[in-house]
Design a protein around this ligand. Sequence first.
Ligand code: TEU
Length: 519
Amino acid sequence: MDGWWRDAVVYEVYVRSFADSGGDGTGDLAGLRARLGYLAELGVDAVWTTPWYRSPMVDGGYDVEDHRSVDPLFGTDADAVALITEAHRLGLRVVIDVVPNHTSDRHRWFRAALAAGPGSPERARYHFRPGRGDRPPNDWRSVFGGPAWTRAPDGEWYLHLFAPEQPDLDWEHPEVRADFEDLLRFWFARGVDGVRIDVAHGLLKDPEFPDLGVDDEEIVRPPDRSRHPHWDRDGVHEIYRSWRRVAAEFGPDRVFVAEAWVDRPDRLARYVRPDELHTAFNFDFLRCAWDPAALREVIDRTLAALHAVGAPATWVLSNHDVVRHVTRFGGGRLGTRRARAALLLMLALPGGAYLYQGEELGLAEVEDLPDELLADPTWERSGRTRRGRDGCRVPLPWSGTEPPFGFTDGGAPAWLPQPAGWRTLTAEAQAADPDSMLALYRTALALRREHPALGDGTMTWSPAPEGVLSFTREPGFGCVVNLGDGPCGLPEDARVVLASGPLDGGRVPPDTAVWFGVG
Ligand code: TEU
């Protein structure tokens, strides 16, 4: 089936931590543009950039003040256009991030709403409600911890599923719908190839605002219930059908990817029906242990649900919201070894894949950042019951032997300090080492491009000993992942194409994956 997005490998750039050109210690668009050659050489198809819009940066730019202009921290509007142009010249597509669930509290609409007061039409673009006495209108909790309501000076409360500085928009309001369709056109007209939709499952709320009835201290995570008052409500699909028509105005190649945290693949599949969004992140690998039965179940149920609606699967091992997978898989040498195997598994599966910056360098979560430097709102507001997300957002090490490792060339330090131990993990150091994580990524991505069996399509499980996952793709390609305790063999006619680590006399050691040719 046609469509570049059906098996694209997309690289997530967390803009403020990728590369700095301005010397202020924060990554920016010109820094990214200067490094696009690295991404082209890595062999990815597209770059997804986290929000670069004008923002007070309470949530790293996911608190948007103006969706149509670039924040001065990241550059100028011309830098965005130059970035898109240069990416296209190098054969890379550009996916931007749009945040429809909420705005910044500095957005002109929210400022007008606060100024205009209770009952005003300005308030109707958000969810303002009277409280219950001195208490919020209901018991909903913010994803970041604490109540989902904050009181305006005049006594009314407004809803925010995330930080108080991120008031939720009312998607029943026609101007909200019209404005977002207009801004999609604004960016498509500037050449972007795709849009990631932040919190795509959160836009609509039950107008009755019923209590959830949860324990006050419990942090509400997006559940899979089909009648939840604010997650995954049926009405969101009409919004995305309309967005699909907007993308189609620009031809068949402009696409969406939904960030929808729904626990069940059949619910996820509803977002990617033929007249809705093109793809959606499948976050199952973020929640799945390094366990053969669990992985196999995730793979089977994902492919079944998505293929039933004709949509490709996507696979994600890390992103800017979760602990890096080297650490999740056990850390140190073990975590790194498993991360190498996981890459070969992910890239051999049907569908597309999302990489998160730094995973190609094998970076682990930075777990000892000094408290006073932490910037993520999930940390401050959760009374430290949850980890903040800064540990996966530490600026990339590019070159040299000490911080800032080429991330920034000015006097200011990187906005989060890099571990001294990253000296062996710089892109420069790894480019020179054929056994490095970077070398594995480059080789695997190049082979994936060349091999007709890889990408979108189907897979067939092969019989395998306990603890081993083995499958084939047509024509002539197989993958074995050993998650067991002892070495395992390869099929008799297998020709090894790529291994995630050294083989043991032709056998596959534990925590190792192999791509092989068959027939
Ligand atoms: O994340 C949405 C979201 O639900 C996450 O907060 C997720 O539940 C959590 O991080 C899992 O650990 C998106 C963005 O990716 C995130 O960076 C933003 O903070 C959030 O939206 C609000 O815009």
